[in-house]
Every structure is written in C-alpha cells, then in structure tokens.
Design a protein around this ligand. Structure first.
Ligand SMILES: [Mg+2]
Length: 426
C-alpha cells in the first residue's frame, strides 16, 4: 500500500510536484542564464586578456635582449637614438642638440655594451654607463646617457603595457601645465610664456649696460605685460649671457612687473654669483639647462642659487636622473620646470616626469616642429597637455618623416660685439 500511495500522488503531492517542476524550470532558466553570463564573462575575460597581451607583449619573466642601437642626426641638430630588441619592441630617446654628431658617435660607442643585455634594467645601465667612464660628467656623456635612458624606459613601459609614469608611482596630477611663446598664448595653447631680455635688437651681453639700454629693455617687457595682463605668467630668460654687473641692474628694474621667474640670470659656472643675485631679489631665480646630474643640482640647492629647477631630460641624465633631482629639490621646497627646446622624445619624456613628481611647476612646450615627427601629435589646450596614455614614452615616431630630415646639422650661432668685434655670449 505504501508503494501505491507513492505511485498515486495526493492532491498536495501533485501540487508539490508541479511546484518542483516549476522550480526545476526556473532552475534551468537560471542555470542557462548563469551559463550564458559565464560565457559572456569568459568572452570578456578572453578579450581583456588578448588586449592585455597586445599592450604587454613581454612578460617580466620572459627574456628580452637589446639587438641594435642606431642614431639619427637631423638638419636642425636634433639627435635621436633608437634601441631595438629581439622582442620586436623599440625604444626612442633624444640627446643634446648641440654637439649632435659627438652625441651620436658617443651613443654608438655604447652599442657593444648594450647589445645582448636586458633593456629593462634601466638604472643598472645608467650606473654602468656613467660610472664605468673614468672621466665622468660633461654634457656629451650625460646627453648620451640621457638619450639611452629615455629609450630604455620607453622599451620597459612598452614591454609592460603602461606609460613610464605608472612605473614611477603613478600619476600625481590629472594634466600637465605647459608654457610656450607669446604666440602660443594668443592661440590658446598656453597661458604662460617665456621671453628674452633684450633692447635695440640685441641681448645685454656687455659687462655694464647703460641706463638707456636698461630702460628700453624694461619698456620692452612692460609692453608685453600690458598686452597680456597680470594673469598671464611671463618668465624672462637672461640666457646666461648677461654679466653679473648688468644682471642685477635689470633684475631690480624689472621687479615691478613681476616676471614669473628670471632664468639663468648669469652663467651657472660660478654658482656663488648666482646665489648672491638670488639673495637680492624676491622674484624666483630659475636655472638648470646647463647643469648635469644630481651632483650638479646638489650645489644649486645647497647654495640656494635658484628656487626653480630646469633640468633638461636630454642632457641632465634622462628620466632616471630627473626623478632623483626632483626628489632632492622637494626637500628644499623647490619645484621643477624642465627645460625643453627640442623634439618629441624630449617633450614626451618630460611629460612622464611631470606626471609622476609632486613638485612640478610647469613644462616648457618647445616649438611646433616636434609635431612633424609624430604619428599622433601632442594636443595642448588651455595651457595644459593631457596625461599620456600609451605605453612607454607614449609617442610613436614617424620614421619616414624623421628620415626625411636626417642630414648635416646646422652650425652654432656665432656672436660678436657690434662695436669692437669681441666674442660675446648668446
Ligand atoms: Mg634658457
């Protein structure tokens, strides 16, 4: 009987069975949905993985070796280094534009050291190149080192699929403030610019300039201040061409117009002289385009010769060294405004620094010429560049355009005093 009861379900049991069937149908639908959603998740995961593989073509555990180093000197004196690897990744860097043929030759000499080595040991190679040279320092060696350092960071970022600043601790800001020329301000690309101190069609490079010259130089700046108003920051570059006796006359006369900074008010070879000038004005002194490595900037900071540092990523020692200089400067409450009159690698590498340091003031944008060598140009708007998003330095050099500009570099400017023909600074 018990079995009969079991085979003939009562009304409530029938209800339960129907309910179970319903649940079972719901379960099927739920399982199907779950399967579909799992499939979708797996598909998304596969796509993300594929995307990741594309952006990170070399796992940190995989071997990667430098296979070749090439250099390119352009007619405008810009000089580039390209480092290739057996993984197909290439890195680009840029060096000192003066002495460009010397820089190219110097970089080529290091090819035998670099080929066969892992490009991702960037700091190790920096140390080896700098410290294995018995005679250390000097603009050519540090320029060669800077170009190679940029190229190695470019490779490392591309291998990992991230911009270099992600490897330096991640972004410290959302966009990068830039300065350019007066024309850049008029075009809406920048809200700050730099000008030179000059009058009568020349810069003040005589030992002691007269009252008339100083007055005309100040009027020149006052006119710029009038036309742009007080909310545009205007730096003045003395270009290290002004002698200390005249520098102080100009600095005091220009103070009422509050320049953004005085750049290289005198040559930096005697830091004590610059420090003395810095003590006599409340306008910030900026310097650094002719100072190399952390050792060069140590003296500037210790002697308080400048309150804004302008190292150049193409000859102060590259990304590795600028990051360290920024750290030293931070301890002195000194911000960074990296120098850049050069090409696309210079601006791209500087942007990686700007994106990753806390004490960043502003970046020199350089001329529009750097855009001619890129597949995707930089886009400055309202005084800022966006943070780079592509891996490595974040740029792609157009090699056809670059090769079209390769040639004999231009000569140095040669400047002489108008009246007596003696050599003067420029
Ligand atoms: Mg300058």
């Amino acid at each position: 009987m018990g079995s009969d009861k079991a085979t003939i379900p009562r009304r409530t049991e029938r209800k339960d069975t129907a309910h179970r069937r319903k649940i079972s149908r719901r379960g099927f639908v739920a399982r199907a949905a779950a399967t579909a959603s799992l499939a979708s998740l797996l598909e998304t995961g596969r796509r993300a993985e594929a995307n990741e593989r594309r952006r990170a073509p070399v796992s940190p555990r995989e071997s990667i070796k430098i296979s070749k180093l090439e250099t390119f000197v352009l007619r405008n004196s810009w000089v580039f280094v390209k480092i290739s690897t057996n993984a197909g990744i290439v890195g680009w860097g840029e060096m000192l534009k003066d002495n460009s043929k010397m820089c190219a030759a110097g970089a080529k000499e290091l090819e035998s050291y670099l080929v066969g080595k892992d490009p991702r040991r960037v700091v190790h190679h920096w140390q080896a190149i700098y410290r294995h040279s018995f005679y250390r320092g000097g603009p050519v060696l540090t320029a060669v080192l800077s170009g190679i350092d940029q190229a190695l960071w470019d490779i490392k970022g591309k291998a990992l699929g991230v911009p270099v600043y992600e490897l330096l601790g991640g972004p410290t800001r959302d966009r990068i403030r830039i300065y350019g020329s007066s024309t850049d301000v008029k075009r809406g690309k920048a809200k700050a610019f730099k000008t030179q101190v000059r009058a009568d069609g020349r810069i003040p490079n005589r030992y002691v300039e007269g009252q008339g010259f100083v007055q005309r130089a100040v009027q020149d700046f006052a006119a710029l201040r009038d036309s742009h108003g007080p909310d545009v920051d205007i730096g003045i570059d003395f270009h290290g061409a002004v002698q200390p006796q005249t520098a102080l006359l100009l600095i005091k006369a220009l103070e009422p117009y509050q320049p953004f900074f005085y750049e290289e008010p005198v040559q930096c070879q005697n830091v004590d002289v610059m420090a003395e000038i810095a003590r006599k004005t409340h306008i910030p002194i900026a310097t650094g385009e002719r100072i190399f490595t952390k050792w060069g900037f140590r003296e500037i900071l210790e002697k308080k010769a400048a309150s804004i540092l302008q190292p150049d990523v193409c000859y102060a020692g590259g990304i590795t060294e600028l990051r360290l200089i920024a750290g030293m400067a931070e301890a002195y409450y000194v911000p960074m405004a990296p120098h850049n009159p050069q090409g696309p690698c210079s601006l791209a590498a500087s942007c990686q620094i700007a994106a990753s340091i806390p004490n960043f003031l502003i970046q020199e944008r350089g001329t529009d010429s750097h855009q001619d060598l890129l597949k995707v140009p930089f886009k400055a708007e309202n005084g800022f560049l966006p943070l780079p998003t592509e891996p490595g330095l974040g740029i792609e050099i157009d090699e056809d355009k670059l090769m079209a500009q390769v040639g004999e570099p231009r000569d140095y400017p040669r400047t002489y005093d108008r009246d007596d023909g003696s050599v003067v600074d420029w």
